[in-house]
Design a protein around this ligand. Structure first.
Ligand SMILES: Nc1ncnc2c1ncn2[C@@H]1O[C@H](COP(=O)(O)OP(=O)(O)O)[C@@H](O)[C@H]1O
Ligand SMILES: Nc1ccn([C@H]2C[C@H](O)[C@@H](COP(=O)(O)OP(=O)(O)O)O2)c(=O)n1
Length: 250
């Protein structure tokens, strides 16, 4: 099973997707963390982020290892645990410059598809490898570009006000006017820049929208699980169900 979740910054993608993966017993892939790691790597290698060719060349050889256990997701670059370093304001401010580089997107898309394929392939199920348990992958272009054939595709949205308040609380520990103002660049400007290469404000055909503006964290997890359950139930009772043939390919 593959569950694809997209949405703007602060909609709850990462926290909700991770919780959903834990409950479903699947792997969890945070694709935003890959763009953040690429940005960290370029800065570490002193690559000028405005030099598109140099950024693409650096990302091509980035030794990135994604840990996809939802209980403890990890990100390592060249053996360094960058889990915390990629969440700094420096990276959050710079990441769109790397994420709007089309050559970088092609390379990370290739890695993302390989991880998703390994986790969803029937061949690897039941072996000593971790594959076959399914995966929840989240980002900006998972439902539309990376895994448009995912079993369940969800756009997680929330009002601008809710997203700013959440991010502000997370980063500054408060959601007063000054803290919200200080968060705007990280949320609104970045979404504007990211929107130039991915479409994540409106659900594409076949993608179900979950609006979390008025839902708390637990209710949002439940709403996403409900969509997954519905989609799987529909697939099971679809035209090919009960024919005695082999089950779905994943
Ligand atoms: N439904 C919700 N209600 C309130 N806070 C939420 C909700 N969903 C997520 N959060 C919190 O909002 C913040 C942003 O969530 P996160 O998962 O990082 O969003 P995204 O990955 O979309 O940027 C986190 O602190 C998270 O715990
Ligand atoms: N599939 C993806 C995932 C993220 N990105 C970009 C967009 C964001 O600016 C960065 C970081 O993504 P991340 O999901 O960590 O950002 P937020 O938690 O939503 O603030 O990467 C992307 O272009 N495509």
């Amino acid at each position: 099973m593959v569950v694809a979740i997209d949405g703007p910054s602060g909609s709850g993608k990462s926290s909700v997707s991770r919780a959903v993966a834990r409950r479903l017993g699947t792997a969890y892939l945070d694709t935003g963390a890959m763009y953040r790691a690429a940005t960290w790597w370029c800065l570490e290698e002193q690559v000028d982020l405005a030099d598109q060719a140099a950024v693409a060349a650096a990302v091509d050889v980035m030794p990135l290892v994604m840990g996809i256990d939802p209980a403890a997701p990890t990100v390592h670059v060249d053996g360094t645990d960058v889990g915390e370093a990629i969440r700094t304001t420096e990276i959050s401010t710079a990441v769109s410059a790397v994420a709007t580089n089309l050559a970088v997107r092609a390379e990370l898309r290739r890695l993302q598809r390989a991880i998703i394929a390994a986790e969803s392939s029937v061949e690897s199920a039941g072996t000593s490898f971790s594959g076959g348990r399914g995966i929840v992958a989240e980002g900006r272009d998972i439902t539309t570009v990376v895994a448009p054939d995912a079993d369940a595709r969800i756009l997680l949205t929330a009002s601008e006000e809710a997203r700013l308040a959440r991010r502000s609380l997370e980063v500054h520990g408060a959601a007063d006017a000054a803290a919200v103002e200080a968060t705007k660049d990280q949320v609104l400007r970045r979404d504007r820049d990211d929107s130039t290469v991915s479409q994540f404000h409106v659900a594409a055909d076949g993608v179900v929208t979950v609006d979390s503006s008025d839902l708390d964290f637990e209710q949002t997890i439940q709403a996403v699980l409900d969509v997954v359950e519905q989609v799987l139930a529909t697939a099971a009772t679809g035209p090919d169900a009960g024919t005695g043939g082999e089950g779905p390919a994943r």
